[in-house]
Write a protein that binds this ligand. Sequence first.
Ligand code: TXA
Ligand code: MG
Length: 326
Amino acid sequence: MTRVLRPEQAGALAEAARVLRAGGLVAFPTETVYGLGADAFDATAVARIFEAKRRPAFDPLIVHLPEASWLPRVAASQPAAAQGLAARFWPGPLTLVLPRAEAVPDIVTSGLPSVAVRVPDHPAARALIAAAGTPVAAPSANPFGYVSPTTAAHVAELLGDAVDLILDGGPCRVGVESTIVSLLEPTPALLRPGGLPREELEELLGQRLRVVPASDRPQAPGQLTRHYATRTPLVVLAPEQPPVATGAGRVGLLAREQAPAAGGFAAIEVLAPDGQPRTAAARLFSALRHLDGLGLDLILAEPWSGHGLGLAIMDRLRRCAAGRDD
Ligand code: TXA
Ligand code: MG
């Protein structure tokens, strides 16, 4: 049995920090999704992350810091935009891709000359990393190609014994992964839409982000289209398409605001009764996991607009949809 501790339990954070320093793996809560962490400066410990996730390739990982003042430990330089973004949005669901410091092992960056960094907005995550005294490399705590975990129970179910310790900090507030922005070139680039809306970034930067399509991201090998797939085939409905269970078998619906009065669905999950993308993002992965566990033949998903967090939600839904052809 994997050990599960709650961060507020006496000695829990100190014990988790000890596990990290000893080269172990600790799953920990962030505001976005649960991370599977190892000491970023311990290449062997980081290798265990890839084993645990059964990742076919060594994709670069995000390095987590307790505060922005640790940046020089992992980044060789900080473009001016990095300081402005960090000051405004950290702690928070924003990952910055920066020139990498020599000390960061190749296995963390997949040998890239850059490193992805963020300061998560969860007190247990920051306290853990500060107590460990070392930056923590962590991907989402799910096996490769499956939806990310937003509760400690998901992590235990998905990764079980492959993790030395799980810190149970409750359900994740944001529910989709961080927004990834590369600052390697003069015009900042959006590598992955996520929990921080693009519009807020552009407002602070005073310029539009360059958008790098998923199919064209050689610097982000982890951005495989299949990365967020459910086992059950999923189809995203067109904007005005009424939700009706068409085709053979049992069909589930991932509804936007309300369940349709009819439609013949075997199961329905409503993402946001208040219609807010923020509510939908926080529920997205657990709703997908729930529908995926029902042995349905098909999941239909109502689409979201591409504004604010809707962009991240649509990105994850499209990846799920693309996952059918594996
Ligand atoms: O919210 C999050 O970002 C969560 C929590 C745990 O922090 N983490 C997460 O990690 O989503 P992961 O490994 O599932 O996704 C990290 C992404 C990968 O797609 C990877 O390609 C990209 O970050 N990445 C990492 N280093 C990079 C780099 N140097 N250049 C470009 N992309 C990079
Ligand atoms: Mg992931």
